[in-house]
Write a protein that binds this ligand. Structure first.
Ligand code: ARG
Length: 537
């Protein structure tokens, strides 16, 4: 049960009685703290009476018997003190998900590129997307995970051509795909003859040449193996069934062109077929194109995204689509969504949102790179996490929590010392709180009993715990996992206060029950964020 919502509803009813008219539904559904001050002041203004007087009438009219004591303070605030036994009763129930109208939600996340190992740039999409998938699932939505693997495009020309050059040694050539990519790139940039061969390879691939396709499949499979291994290591819920790479839309691209043509949305421009959604202008003031078919007949990133979107709406029956992709692709998604709206694929019953996030920065405030200036491979990063932390769960928990506890829209600074710190708003701090609770419960001298709140530190912990459901609701509503992360930190901090003042916990049935309840909330919350609990700390 959501305490805030209950109190807000009771106060709203009292306001209605005093005002003699319904309160604004938006005010009614807001959290009670805002509700009291705003509503009391607005009402007083309208009635031309002192706010304190209005507040007193509302306090008298509110049906809060047995729920809370109310006191008027300042210019007309209503301070509520919830009754101890109400808190205790609410805490006897386990945490439950906020009420939602269940939807089918397609979450496009991680979505790395073949032959480029997962690097830190994909870390955020993977970690944030997975937390959202877990949260939406728990709330009762029907989540479809979509890993939009970059397994299609002109870069495969050079990759396959390079593969056929070095093919003699089958296994070794692909063990390090990043090096492989770099070698291919270097040849492509430096050798015109190779470049020509690479272009012909693209044609061969797209026209279905069997030998070429076999090599392409090897590249995709090898990459997929790397990705799946990284996901397992990170505790990411993406499985092989969730891979729906760009290539899987290949046979739908021609019909995307047909449908857009039929709807009069395509214009030929320098040999390419383009859509020009309204309102997107370049720096020169000219309309910006979404290139649907290139002048050479090939299809690019935007065309594939249009096909994927249409497939998600029509075949997967999505009500909502979330694209967890970095901020630099904002324009791409706005334009793709605009074309989809013009085509009627996105209509009132379906929504598409770009869930944008900032970059991962090094401690120097610049994009995180290795010392020699290269992008950092995720596997190397995880190796370092293992080496620095005392167990993989701690290292991975630290990385994930550092990402999830900051507002996704901003950049975030990757700083080992800060994220691994045992105190402060860190993964290890929360993991440690869970370990400590588990060991307290193990060492208990009595059994947990009924919760009776006496000490202010117990009350504070109880009130904090009851903020879980609103925090989850906010994390889901705003697609912001940090709302839950920050709340869990508050729970752990409130638990510390309780632990210091109410001791020894192991001797009191009520204290043990409150401890167990805290442990359950922290474990659930960390699981919803995808943060593991180490076996030992
Ligand atoms: N593969 C792309 C990249 O690495 C991300 C794909 C995001 N998803 C999408 N539907 N476009 O930049």
């Amino acid at each position: 049960m959501n305490l805030e919502a209950l109190l807000a509803a009771r106060l709203a009813t009292a306001f209605e009685a005093v005002a003699g008219e319904p309160v604004d539904p938006a005010v009614r559904s807001s959290q009670h703290a805002d509700f009291q001050s705003n509503a009391a002041l607005a009402l007083a203004r309208r009635l031309g009476r002192p706010p304190r007087e209005i507040a007193a009438e509302v306090a008298a009219a509110a049906d809060l018997a047995g729920l809370a004591d109310v006191e008027i303070s300042g210019p007309g605030f209503l301070n509520l003190t919830v009754a101890d036994d109400v808190l205790a009763t609410l805490l006897a129930e386990p945490d439950s998900p906020p009420p939602v109208v269940a939807e089918r939600v397609v979450i496009d996340y991680s979505s790395p590129n073949v032959a480029k190992e997962l690097h830190v740039g994909h870390l955020r999409s993977t970690v944030i997307g997975d937390a959202l998938a877990r949260l939406f699932t728990w709330a009762g939505h029907d989540v479809v995970r979509a890993n939009h693997l970059g397994d299609f495009g002109t870069q495969f020309g050079m990759l396959i051509e390079h593969m056929s050059d070095v093919n003699n040694d089958e296994t070794n050539s692909l063990s390090d795909l990043t090096d492989f990519y770099r070698e291919a790139r270097a040849k492509f940039d430096g050798d015109p003859e190779f470049r020509t061969r690479a272009r012909l390879r693209v044609v061969a691939l797209q026209s279905g040449d069997e030998a070429t396709r076999a090599m392409w499949r090897r590249l995709v499979e090898q990459s997929t193996r790397h990705f799946v291994a990284d996901y397992a290591r990170l505790g990411i819920t993406l499985g092989l069934d969730d891979f729906a790479g760009e290539s899987s839309y290949q046979d739908q691209l021609a019909s995307v062109v047909d449908e857009l043509t039929e709807k009069g949305l395509l214009v030929e421009s320098e040999g390419a077929l383009c859509a020009f959604p309204a309102g997107f202008l370049g720096r020169d003031g000219e309309p910006l194109p979404v290139i649907v078919r290139k002048s050479d007949g090939g299809f690019g990133y935007a065309a594939t995204d249009l096909a994927a979107l249409r497939h998600r709406v029509r075949d997967l029956k999505a009500d909502r689509m979330l694209y967890v992709v970095g901020a630099p692709q904002r324009n791409h998604f706005e334009m793709v969504f605009a074309v989809a709206r013009d085509a009627g694929w996105l209509h009132d019953g379906v929504s598409a949102e770009h869930i944008s996030f900032g970059s991962v920065l090094g401690p120097d405030g610049k994009m995180l790179k290795t010392r020699s200036g290269e992008t950092i491979k995720l596997a190397d990063l995880l190796d370092e996490a293992d080496a620095r932390a005392t167990s993989p769960a701690i290292g991975i928990g630290a990385i994930k929590y550092a990402d999830l506890s900051s507002d996704r829209r901003g950049d975030y600074v990757f700083d080992w010392d800060r994220m691994l710190a045992a105190t402060g708003n860190t993964g290890p701090y929360l993991q440690y709180a869970v370990r400590r609770i588990r060991s307290l419960l193990r060492d208990a001298e009595v059994s947990p009993g009924t919760i009776v709140l006496e000490h202010p530190a117990e009350r504070r912990l109880a009130l904090t715990l009851l903020g879980f459901e609103p925090a989850v609701a906010a994390a889901i509503e705003f697609r912001e996992p940090h709302r839950l992360a920050v709340h869990l930190h508050e729970v752990a901090a409130a638990f510390s206060g309780f632990y210091e003042r109410c001791r020894p916990i192991t001797t009191s049935p009520s204290w043990l029950a409150l401890t167990a309840r805290t442990g359950a909330t922290l474990e659930l919350g960390l699981d919803l964020l995808g943060i593991p609990i180490p076996e030992q700390m």
